[in-house]
Design a protein around this ligand. Structure first.
Ligand code: BES
Ligand code: MN
Ligand code: ZN
Length: 485
C-alpha cells in the first residue's frame, strides 16, 4: 500500500506537482487566507469575479501561479458549509483528483477541512482509479504520491483504507467476465483475506453438493465454470458479541440463461456480482480498521449461461432449506443463488443479515440509477441501516413488503415460483422470495441494480463499478457493536 504522508508546511512553500484546496462557497478558511496572502490578489480576484464559485464538485486548475512553489493550484468547490457532509467531501476531492489524473503527476498535496477528512482522502483514491484496467495505456493515472495537510493521522489512515476498499469493489466489477469468474473471484478474495486480516473459506462444487445448495448449483450448471461459495470471517469482538452477516449476489456473468437477455441488456452483465463485490470491499475495510465487531461475509458465485446442461423453465428444484421452487424464468437467477446462501447465513448463527444484489431491473424503474431499494422483515434493523447510509451519503429508499406480494410467488406445482405475476412490483416480489430463506433473522435486502454500475462517468468517479455501500457498511459496523437492536 502506498504511504500517504502528512504535512504542515506553508502552502506557498509546498513543492508539488499540484496542491488541491477545498473551498466553501460561504466561508473562508485558513488555507484560503494563506493562498490569498501568497498569491496577492490573484485567487481573491478569481473568487470575487465569479470565475470560481466553490459549488460542489466544481474544479478549477490554475497552472504556474506566481507566489506558489507548487506547479498547479487546484480549487475544489465544497458548496455551502452548512450542507457539508461525507459525500460532499468525497466527491469534491474525487472530482479534483479525477480532473488531474489525465496527466501523469508525481507528488500532490491536498488541503481539505478537518471534518470528513477521511472521506476526502478516500475521494482522491477513488478519483485516481479508472475502469480501463485492461487498456495498454490507461487514461487515468494515479498520483505518484500524495500528502495531506493535517496532523490527523487516523483520518488519513481511515480514508486510505476506505478508498482502497471501494476500489477493490470497483475493480472486481470492472474485471471482464472471462477474467473474473467464480474460481478466480474466490482466489482473489483468498489473497485479499491474507492481506487484510479476514479468514476465507471456499466451498467448491463438491462441497456445495454436500451442503445441499441445490438452487445455487442449478443456476451454475449451464456453465463450464464451476461455482463457488465464499465465507469470510472477521472476529473483532468477543465470542458472545452478536454476529453481523453480509450476503452478496455474485453472478459473474448473467446471460439470462434460456430466458436469454437481448444483446444490449447483456453487455453490462459482468456487473451482476456487484453485491458480492460490496461485501468483499466491506470485509477488507472492516478488518483493516480493526473494528470491534464480529462480521461474516457470504458470497454465492456462479455464471448464468445456456448449454445442454443448463436449468430450464419448468424445472423444480428443492432449495437448501427444503422449499421447492418452480423455475418460470431462468433470468431470475439471483434470488435462486441467494436463497441457498441466505439459508447458510441464517443457520450459521447470524444475528442480523444484510444482503446486497443487483437483483431486478424493476428497481431501476422504481428508484432510478443511483438509489438502492431497501426491503426488510424488521423495521428497527432497517432504520439502523438507513441511518448509516444517510450518514455515509449513499442513497437508499425503502419499499413495502405487504403480504399480497407473497401470493404472487406461489406455484401451482411447487412451494414457490421464481417470478411474480407480471412485471409490476418486480423488485418486491423478488424480495418476498428472498424473505422465505432467512427464517426469523432480522434481515435487510438491498437491491443495488441501479447504483452498483454506471454507464456514464461522473465528475468524481469513472464509469463502471461504483463500490457502492462499502462506506455505509463501515458506518453500520461502527455502530453495530454499540447498538441495542
Ligand atoms: N441481473 C439482473 C438484474 C439487473 C438488471 C441488474 C439490470 C442490473 C441492471 C437479474 O438477474 C434479472 O435479470 N432480473 C430480471 C428478473 C425478471 C426475469 C423477473 C429482470 O429484472 O428483468
Ligand atoms: Mn438475470
Ligand atoms: Zn442477474
Amino acid at each position: 500500500m502506498q504511504q500517504i504522508k502528512l504535512t504542515s508546511s506553508k502552502i506557498g512553500e509546498v513543492d508539488a506537482d499540484a496542491i488541491i484546496v477545498g473551498y466553501f462557497s460561504d466561508q473562508s478558511s485558513s488555507y484560503a487566507e494563506e493562498i490569498s496572502d501568497a498569491t496577492g490578489e490573484f485567487v481573491g480576484n478569481l473568487l470575487n469575479n465569479g470565475d470560481f464559485e466553490a459549488k460542489p464538485n466544481e474544479v478549477v486548475v490554475l497552472p504556474y501561479i506566481k507566489g506558489l512553489q507548487a506547479n498547479r493550484l487546484v480549487l475544489a468547490g465544497l458548496g455551502k458549509s452548512s450542507e457539508f457532509n461525507a459525500a460532499v467531501a468525497l466527491r469534491a476531492a474525487g472530482s479534483a483528483a479525477k480532473a488531474l489524473s489525465e496527466k501523469k503527476l508525481g507528488h500532490v498535496v491536498i488541503c481539505f477541512p478537518a471534518d470528513f477528512l477521511a472521506e476526502a482522502v478516500a475521494g482522491v483514491i477513488v478519483g485516481n482509479h479508472g475502469q480501463d484496467i485492461m487498456r495498454s495505456e490507461p487514461k487515468i493515472h494515479s498520483f505518484g504520491s500524495f500528502s495531506v495537510m493535517t496532523g490527523n493521522t487516523s483520518a488519513v489512515t481511515e480514508g486510505q483504507i476506505l478508498g482502497n476498499a471501494i476500489n477493490t469493489a470497483r475493480m472486481l466489477v470492472n474485471l471482464p467476465p472471462n477474467v473474473l469468474y467464480p474460481e478466480t473471484f474466490a482466489e482473489r478474495v483468498e489473497t485479499l483475506g491474507e492481506e487484510s486480516g479476514f479468514e476465507v473459506e471456499v466451498w467448491d462444487d463438491a462441497q456445495l453438493q454436500e451442503q445441499e445448495c441445490r438452487t445455487l448449483l442449478a443456476v451454475a450448471q449451464g456453465s463450464d465454470k464451476p461455482p463457488r461459495m465464499l465465507t469470510m470471517k472477521y472476529l473483532g469482538a468477543t465470542e458472545d458479541a452478536p454476529v453481523l452477516a453480509l450476503v452478496g449476489k455474485g453472478v459473474t456473468f448473467d446471460s439470462g440463461g434460456y430466458s436469454l437477455k437481448p444483446s444490449e441488456g447483456m453487455l453490462d452483465m459482468k456487473c451482476d456480482m456487484g453485491g458480492a463485490a460490496t461485501v468483499v470491499g466491506a470485509m477488507q475495510a472492516i478488518s483493516l480498521l480493526n473494528l470491534p465487531i464480529n462480521v461474516v461475509g457470504y458470497c454465492g458465485l456462479v455464471e448464468n449461461l445456456v448449454s445442454g446442461r443448463a436449468y430450464k423453465l419448468g424445472d423444480v428444484i428443492r432449495s437448501r432449506n427444503g422449499k421447492t421452487i418452480e423455475i418460470h424464468n431462468t433470468d431470475a437467477e439471483g434470488r435462486l443463488v441467494l436463497a441457498d446462501v441466505l439459508d447458510v447465513a441464517s443457520k450459521s448463527g447470524a444475528d442480523h443479515i444484510v444482503d446486497f444484489a443487483t437483483l431486478t431491473g424493476a428497481c431501476l424503474v422504481a428508484l432510478g440509477l443511483d438509489c438502492a431499494g431497501l426491503f426488510t422483515n424488521d423495521q428497527k434493523w432497517c432504520d439502523q441501516f438507513r441511518e448509516a447510509a444517510d450518514l455515509a451519503g449513499e442513497d437508499s429508499w425503502q419499499l413495502p413488503m405487504t403480504d399480497n406480494f407473497s401470493e404472487q410467488i406461489k406455484s401451482n406445482v411447487a412451494d414457490l415460483k421464481n417470478v411474480g405475476a407480471g412485471r409490476w412490483g418486480g423488485s418486491i416480489t423478488a424480495a418476498k422470495f428472498l424473505e422465505e430463506f432467512v427464517a426469523e433473522t432480522p434481515w435487510i435486502h438491498v437491491d443495488i441494480a441501479g447504483p452498483a454500475w454506471s454507464d456514464k462517468e461522473k465528475k468524481w468517479i469513472d464509469a463502471g463499478g461504483s463500490g457502492c455501500f462499502v462506506r455505509t457498511l463501515v458506518q453500520l459496523a461502527k455502530e453495530y457493536s454499540q447498538a441495542n437492536l
